[in-house]
Design a protein around this ligand. Structure first.
Ligand code: NAP
Length: 273
């Protein structure tokens, strides 16, 4: 039996176990996905121990995504984002990857029909999710404008992302006028009926992804729908980052439909979203 898992603290509410175990069941893979909560000072020992025990792959979540960078060999995307959310033990040494970037990109392409190469994209937020999304969209060929409450963080992130620019939130109206893609990568809207984007800046030419997934139908997405935009909820981003990790570990196409059903069932059970 193969063992995969998640390292973070806390991880009790993670949606990853049902999502990954649905994939193993769909493809008849003899595997389990378990959660681990090491203390910070035991993180290096935990990664070494997982490898020694034959764990095949680990996802990494808050608060360890940055610390794990120093314990594995990071790929280019994870190095640029500055965070690792997936460790692969399949090679000679553990490698670190960031699948949040591809998760956002695949969600926009597969569920929003977005053509990212040459697109004008606006990313709201410059925290962990904002970093991953901005790099992911730029790598796919989009011109990325980053707007953030703390404008210094937007400007600093823009300096790290190819061709990107940093902005204040009150520039969103102007930025969105000609944009093709909008991603909310702030926590605004999480368990609150609030949006970081003025409703009247939204239009039918936009594909809008909200990284927030509790609730699934956020204020931003309902405003976007009312404006005629195409909407993609945050569970799709979560799903595709998991699908990307699954594919990295197993070399097989992820059974996206099975993973999506399991994820949405668990979201409904837990949060009544
Ligand atoms: P983070 O690193 O703490 O960053 C938070 C971001 O939200 C910052 O840009 C912050 O702006 C902004 N923000 C917070 N409160 C705000 C407010 N009242 N008004 C305007 N901006 C505000 O968090 P994160 O890890 O990036 O996560 C952000 C969201 O994405 C969370 O809801 C998380 O659940 C979600 N997420 C979803 C996925 C997925 O797969 N769907 C993956 C990762 C994260 P400042 O810089 O000004 O503080």
């Amino acid at each position: 039996m193969q063992v995969f898992g998640l390292v973070g603290n806390p991880v009790g509410h993670s949606l990853s176990p049902p999502m990954h175990e649905a994939a193993y069941e769909a493809l008849d893979i003899d595997a389990r996905y378990v959660t681990f909560e090491p203390e910070r000072e035991a993180l290096a020992t935990a990664i070494d121990g997982a490898r020694a025990l034959g764990v095949r792959g680990l996802n990494v979540t808050i608060p360890y995504k940055e610390a794990v960078r120093d314990l594995v060999t990071v790929d280019d995307v994870a190095a640029r984002i500055g965070a690792v959310n997936t460790v692969d033990f399949g090679g000679d040494e553990p490698t670190g990857h960031n699948t949040d970037a591809a998760g956002a990109r695949r969600a926009l392409e597969a569920q929003g029909g977005a053509a990212l190469d040459g697109a004008d994209a606006v990313v709201v937020g410059a925290g962990g999710a904002g970093r991953a999304v901005a790099h992911g969209l730029a790598d796919a060929g989009a011109r990325v404008a980053i707007a953030n409450r703390t404008v210094e963080r937007a400007t600093a992130l823009a300096g790290d992302v190819a061709g990107a620019s940093g902005h204040e939130l009150d520039e969103l109206d102007a930025l969105l006028a000609d944009a093709d893609v909008l991603v909310n990568a702030t926590s605004v809207g999480m368990e609150a009926d609030e949006s970081p984007v003025p409703a009247d800046a939204l239009h039918a030419g936009l594909v809008v992804l909200d990284a927030v997934y509790v609730p699934l139908s956020t204020r931003l997405l309902s405003d976007a729908e009312a404006a005629g935009a195409t909407t993609v909820d945050g569970a799709w981003m979560l799903l595709y980052q998991g699908a990307e990790a699954f594919e990295l570990w197993t070399g097989r196409d992820a059974p996206v439909d099975a993973m999506n059903s399991a994820l949405r069932n668990r979201l409904e059970d837990r949060y009544r979203v």
